[in-house]
Design a protein around this ligand. Structure first.
Ligand code: AP5
Length: 215
């Protein structure tokens, strides 16, 4: 899944996992887990992540390919947030080719930058189980408290204005090359993500069904 931060990649991926049974690998989740570890690797990831910078390609590629594992199986894997640079896309193509697999679809979620900025500024997660809320679009019943488990809500360290600007600037730098790469491969499709979540989900499901993916 391609698209700017806040376009709803994670939100839509969760729906696709439920409906189609894909496996889901999100580079952000993998790097957030690495960031927590009190090791040299954890400290290196934290330095980049918290500033909204990309984690270096060699480290990211290693961690994501490891997370994907050798056997994709089933209906396949949704990769969210990876690849995010051309070298990452090339490394992914090579790794898949070596197993006789390939990227079937590069799905770009499109939305204006002022819309995605507002979504990121409003995003909150709960400490206990990462249930997500949005102060603008889906506020909790009690401010700062999770409706489901009562735990405290927090903002991601990279969801503050300076880091959001940095992340979107990097996205603007990198996205053109990625889109071109997948356009050349004939697998790029775009979906307008500046619509309500359920509407976007219906468009993506219809696209997958047209491609022959069974719900
Ligand atoms: P990552 O965790 O991947 O974050 P991101 O790319 O910044 O993407 P987001 O999770 O912010 O956006 P999303 O599109 O998933 O939006 P969401 O569905 O949550 O990466 C974090 C960091 O890790 C990077 O900055 C970097 O440091 C590192 N990293 C990750 N991958 C890397 C890589 N490949 N190489 C190097 N470094 C890497 O939605 C956002 C909000 O909007 C939510 O509140 C949601 O409820 C709301 N929302 C969603 N859709 C809608 C809608 N249609 N209408 C209204 N609200 C909506």
């Amino acid at each position: 899944m391609l698209g700017p931060q806040g376009s709803g990649k994670g939100t839509q991926a969760a729906k696709l996992v439920d409906r189609f049974g894909f496996r889901y690998v999100a580079s952000g989740d993998v790097l957030r887990a690495a960031r927590q570890s009190d090791t040299e690797l954890g400290r290196e990831v934290r330095r980049y992540y918290d500033a909204g910078e990309l984690v270096p390609d060699d480290l990211t590629i290693r961690l994501i390919l490891q997370e994907m594992g050798e056997d994709v199986g089933g209906p396949g894997v949704i990769l969210d947030g990876f690849p995010r640079t051309l070298p990452q896309a090339v490394a992914l193509d090579r790794a898949l080719e070596a197993r006789g697999e390939r990227v079937d679809l590069a799905l770009e979620l499109t939305a204006p930058l002022d819309v995605v900025k507002k979504r990121l500024e409003g995003r909150l997660y709960c400490r206990a189980a990462n249930h997500d809320y949005n102060t603008y679009f889906r506020p909790p019943r009690r401010p700062g408290v999770c409706d489901v488990d009562g735990s405290e809500l927090y903002r991601r360290p990279d969801d503050y204005p300076e880091a959001i600007e940095r992340r979107l600037a990097i996205w603007r730098e990198q996205n053109g090359q990625l889109v071109e790469h997948y356009e050349r491969a004939g697998v790029l499709r775009r979906v307008d993500a500046d619509r309500p979540v359920e509407e976007v989900a219906r468009s993506i499901s219809a696209l997958l069904e047209r491609m022959g993916v069974a719900a």
